[in-house]
Write a protein that binds this ligand. Structure first.
Ligand code: BJW
Length: 250
């Protein structure tokens, strides 16, 4: 493993257009639950969000129509956890790098809190820090994470307010997805951290990079992708592994 880390660290130090692509595992060590529990689940994953909740009921327009109060309560419970969370060593390591673009599926702000510039972070699945109108009027509100408002109507048009996140069956934000695609196309290195790579179109960025012969380094507590000769896979916690991978970058 230390040999793999050494090879990966040298590739990271030499990259001229490096891009990171992260998922829930990046924030797991900050106390934010992941979504999916693998067969070899670690302690952090044992509390995976959807081992106790049904995703279709919570992160979809159908679920919101069926029980909007439950969906808002679930998001507000997650918001209160995030309110007290602090960036972990993985966020801080990535956040300190300049010249990197960070594509993330995470709806938290821990990469930015770890030092990344807002303009360098592309949130493909939106943000839990704001609410928006579930209709078309475009009204948005910043959420007080410690004291989020419950189910309510949009003050502008009367439709329901909802979190500004991307639910199943909804389109990803066009600007972020287009820019992510361009950045991965230009990248000479893609560092994939803490994603099960099961949710599309975001997960499609990984095969896209592999097909372009971009070096791909994966950091995950569990095997998440099929072995491929263009992939270096490092098994371990992001907060342990990333500081080692960036040892030549400080
Ligand atoms: C650690 C660690 C540590 C733990 N260190 N590692 C093609 C094929 C099949 C299906 C589809 C397809 N294209 C589209 C679909 C449908 C669907 C989809 O992908 N379904 C799959 C589940 C099969 N996709 C969609 O619906 C998307 N929309 C869409 O395609 O629209 C099309 C359209 C076209 C035209 C008009 C309209 C629409 C939208 C997807 C939205 C996903 N939203 C969610 C919820 C966001 C809001 C919220 O937060 O509540 O996003 S789902 C959830 O999964 C969340 C995450 O961002 C996303 C990805 O999860 P992630 O980050 O990978 O987390 P986990 O938990 O799965 O994995 C954690 C990993 O970390 C694990 O591997 C651990 O081992 C590891 N780990 N601790 C390092 N310490």
């Amino acid at each position: 493993m230390s040999e793999l880390i050494e090879i990966a660290a040298q590739k990271i130090a030499a990259a001229s257009h490096p891009v990171s692509f992260s998922g829930a595992g990046l924030s797991a060590e900050s106390g934010i639950d992941t979504f999916r529990q693998s067969d070899n689940a670690t302690d952090t994953e044992k509390s995976a969000l959807w081992s106790s909740f049904d995703p279709a009921k919570l992160a979809s327009q159908e679920g919101f129509s069926a029980d909007p109060g439950m969906v808002i309560d679930w998001y507000n419970w997650r918001r209160k956890t995030l309110a007290d969370a602090v960036p972990n060593l993985a966020h801080e390591t990535l956040g300190r790098q300049r010249g990197w673009v960070h594509i993330t599926q995470n709806v938290d702000n821990l990469l930015e809190a770890g030092g990344a510039y807002e303009e360098d972070v592309l949130h493909l699945h939106g943000s839990i820090l704001t609410d928006r109108c579930n209709g078309e009027c475009g009204h948005k509100e910043v959420v007080d994470l410690h004291n989020p408002k419950g189910l309510r109507d949009c003050p502008q048009c009367g439709r329901r307010m909802r979190p500004s996140v991307v639910w199943f069956g909804e389109s990803l934000p066009t600007i972020a997805l287009n820019r992510a695609t361009v950045e991965v196309e230009k990248a000479d290195l893609l560092l994939v951290v803490g994603t099960s790579a099961q949710v599309y179109p975001a997960a499609g960025l990984i095969p896209f990079a592999i097909e372009s012969n971009t070096d791909v380094i994966i950091v995950n507590t569990d095997r998440s992708l099929k072995p491929d000769e263009n992939i270096i896979e490092i098994l371990g916690k992001a907060g342990d592994v990333l500081p080692q991978l960036f040892k030549y970058c400080f």
